[in-house]
Every structure is written in structure tokens, then in C-alpha cells.
Design a protein around this ligand. Sequence first.
Ligand code: ADP
Length: 388
Amino acid sequence: AANASESGHRIVKLAPQGEIRIQVHQSSTLKLRVLEGKVEIFGSELPPKVWITFPPLQQFAVFTWYGGTIEVDGVTETEYTSSEGPRVIIVGDIDSGKTTLAKMILSWAAKDGFKPTFVDLNVGQSSITIPGTIAATSIEMPLDPVEGFPINKALVHYFGHTTPDINLRLYKALVEELARELEVEFSDNIESRYSGMVIDTMGWTTGVGYHLLVHAIRRFNASVVIVLGQETELVNDLSKALRFKKNLQILNLEKSAGVFSRGSDFRKTLRNNNIKKYYHGATHELTVYTKTAKFRDVQVYQFPKRSRGNHDSTLEITPVKIDEQLINKVLAISYAKEPDQIISSIVAGFVCITNVDIDEERITYLSPSAAELPSKILVTGTLTWHVT
Ligand code: ADP
């Protein structure tokens, strides 16, 4: 419950993992004491029964792991109690309306003053940035109907392929990494934590695709699974596989009648369009820069692709020789300092190689920024873009 302000003498009950966030009034102090339970402020347990006085304007959160009661006396600017927000994961066939439902939930939540996190695991039709990425971004206002998801503060990892089976281990490793990063973010960002998250997934729900869904549900510790469409078997399988997972709700919703079915050609066009949007902007409002770099100023790496008949892909990263094969490849600029940090590093952005001059040992690339590359380490996969 959120309140603009409170005053006077009051008793506040906190549920397990509940929290009350307080900003003390600008011209008066606030007194507070624990009546019952173990209660802490940013990790420091408060003594039972003892009144503590907080000076004006101090901002803090009173939190309890197992529940408790506190007594508050004084005026607060803002005050709200909260617990961990729902973690909703949306699964279902391609074109069942998953991304659309995610947008609706996120925009409604933002309109109500929450700051939910959008997590995009769909490397086929990534919504935050270019295809082949696994990413998360905080939604602080209802989405712009043209621009879509905000990208500027997103945590983006590059998988480099539009289908996970090219390297399942890498896909899972990046999902795990992103989940870890969000836990860290939530551990000191109360507002994000209590706003919860919405996770969008791939339309691949059978076989390996199904296992990847279960993996994501576990890793992100989802509390609600929304299955879109008539997927009785999927609902049953998930209920069975996750029957021991605590606090998990599985909901089956009908898909919206308004959903457009998109063929695989159209899907490809959409992917290209998303890369174009990255460089040129949704309404062609951005400038794209053509830049060059000497071979010695960049290091290109790749992860192995699954070889035919071999499902055991590895995470072994190898340097890539710079030659004409890189033309039209979309490369991520990794923040990694060393190649072995690539999986655990987010990316700064993407360049598209347009020319490789072997004699001059120089590459030409498109960049959304006029600045020099923020890092030497570039990562390639199978994603290409033919400049149009
Ligand atoms: P998924 O994420 O499951 O692949 P999407 O949410 O991307 O599906 O929906 C598929 C397409 O249908 C998108 O182009 C989306 O904009 C469109 N769409 C979804 N719901 C509606 C609706 N109610 N009316 C019109 N278009 C819709």
C-alpha cells in the first residue's frame, strides 16, 4: 500500500519479507520502535522496544524477514509497505501475444507508480534491442507506443544467434548471468524489487524449448507463469515439473483474438527491421556513423556453434581471425576486459562490419555513436545485417 504521507502515532504490521519505506518530514523528527519480531534497517537489526529518533529528511526502509510489528510516531513525507513484487513469466506459442501482454502489464504497473523490470529472453524477436540478445530494463513509465521498451539503461547480453539451439549452454549461461545481475540490483533497489518483473520468452515450448522455460522459471524464481493459448499439455507439464516450487501460480489465459500471425519470412523482416531501428531509430531520427578501426585495435571473439549431431556445445571462447567473413556481421562491443569475462559482462552496443581491408588492415563499421569504441573486445555470432 502506498501513502503520500502519514502523521501521528500508529502501529504498522509487517508481513514476512515485508517492508515499510519512510522519508522523514523535512522539519520534524520521527520516532520508531520495534514491538514484535526481528526488524532491521538496511541489515542492522533494531533493538526491541527501544524508541529510535530519526532526523528530518532521512530516507530508509524498515524490513523484516519473518514478520514483525513496529510503532511509529511522527510525520513522514512518504511511506509505504511492500514486499517482493510478483515475478511473472509469460509462455506460449509464437504469435500468442506474449510480448503484447508483457507490455500491457508493465505499462499498467508503471501507470500505478511501480517500476517493474522487463526481462526479454526471446532471442528470436528481441524487444529491447537487436535480435540475438538477452536483456532486462526497468520500466518507469507507460511504454511509448512507437518507441517500445526503453534501451538506455538496459542490461544487455549478446547471444549472437536468433535461436538458442546454436549453443544451448551459452544461452543458459547468459540467462543465469542476467538473473544473478537482477538479484544484485534488487538487493539494494527496494522500489524495483517490490515492483516485480515480467519475463517474455520464446515461442518454443516443446522438447528443449520446454526445458529452457523450466530453467528460466527456476532461475528467475518466477511466482506466476502465464500460459497463453490453448496449451493444456504445456500447463500440465509445467504443473508437474514445478509442483515442489513454493509460491508458484500457473495461469492459463486465452490468446487475444486480435493477434496477428506472422510467417517466418515476416519474422525475418521484423528482425532486420529491429536492427535498422537500432541504428536509425524507430522513425529514422537517429544518425548512424561509418567508422574505421585498425585490426590491431580490436579483438573479435566467438563461442562455438553446435556441430551437427552434437548437442553438447561448450562455453569455450575463441579468437576470430579478421577477414572478409566478418562483412555484414553484427558484433557486440563487450565491456569485458579479458575474453573470459565476456559471459559475465554486459555489452555497450553493436557495430555492423561493412568492409574489411586486408591490405590496409582496417575494418569499416557502422556505429550508433560517433565516439571511438568503448572497448576492444567484440563478440560475433551468426547474426548479420545487410545495410538497406
Ligand atoms: P508473441 O510475443 O507471442 O510472439 P506478440 O505479442 O508479438 O506475440 O503478438 C503478435 C503480433 O500481433 C504483434 O505484431 C502484435 O503487435 C499483434 N497483436 C497482439 N495482440 C493484438 C491485438 N489485440 N490487436 C492487434 N494486434 C495485436
